[in-house]
Design a binder for this molecule. Structure first.
Ligand SMILES: CC(C)(COP(=O)(O)OP(=O)(O)OC[C@H]1O[C@@H](n2cnc3c(N)ncnc32)[C@H](O)[C@@H]1OP(=O)(O)O)[C@@H](O)C(=O)NCCC(=O)NCCS
Length: 161
């Protein structure tokens, strides 16, 4: 951990929609994202998504959201074509807080949620040219298992599940 103190990790609530949108907006501004980034999107796709298993936020000592991680259940006809019953993970950290260990802390929370849910595997689908995303998931223990157009899919196998 460098310029960011160890964050507090907690489950997101509806009141975090603006904070999560702030993370997404900062990623858009830095050219790392081109999808919606408003509070309504944050609420619908992460905080209150019916397939949500856990959406964790990382907050600093002022309560500001540094990043978040979404873990959802893959159901029939999921957008990524992930095996039904697996988890689907997504991670978003403010560029100003990147490479400070925030993503590493968030994954502890998501992995705990996956284990509690009895998942056998978690999919991460990452842009093929997103070296930081690929590097992050590789370090967390995800391994390549298939390729899609423009993306690499990595899987984290949960032992004992
Ligand atoms: C990719 C991302 C999630 C990583 O989160 P983070 O909080 O910066 O990661 P951490 O600081 O916890 O890093 C944990 C490990 O991941 C790897 N990692 C993180 N950033 C990396 C980078 N830019 N290049 C290579 N490896 C990287 C490293 O092994 C790192 O450990 P180390 O710093 O001890 O070497 C974050 O940078 C991000 O949100 N990027 C934009 C959105 C995105 O691409 N999301 C992933 C695809 S959904």
């Amino acid at each position: 951990m460098s310029s960011v103190d160890k964050p507090i990790i907690r489950t997101a609530t509806e009141a975090d929609a603006d904070g999560i949108a702030g993370v997404l907006t900062a990623l858009v501004a830095s050219g790392k994202r081109n999808k919606p980034s408003d509070a309504a999107f944050a609420l619908a796709h992460y905080i209150s998504d019916p397939e949500r298993i856990r959406c964790s936020v990382a907050v600093d000592s002022d309560g500001d959201i540094l990043g978040f991680q979404s873990l959802k259940l893959a159901t029939k006809n999921n957008l990524y074509g992930v095996a039904v019953g697996w988890g689907i993970i997504g991670t978003h950290i403010k560029p100003a807080a990147a490479r400070c260990g925030v993503g590493r802390e968030l994954f502890k929370s998501s992995l705990q949620a996956a284990q509690q849910r009895g998942l056998t595997a978690i999919d991460a689908t990452i842009g093929a040219h997103n070296s930081e995303g690929l590097g992050y998931y590789e370090t967390m223990g995800f391994r390549d298992y298939r390729r899609m157009e423009g993306a690499i899919c990595k899987v984290f196998r949960i032992s004992g599940a």
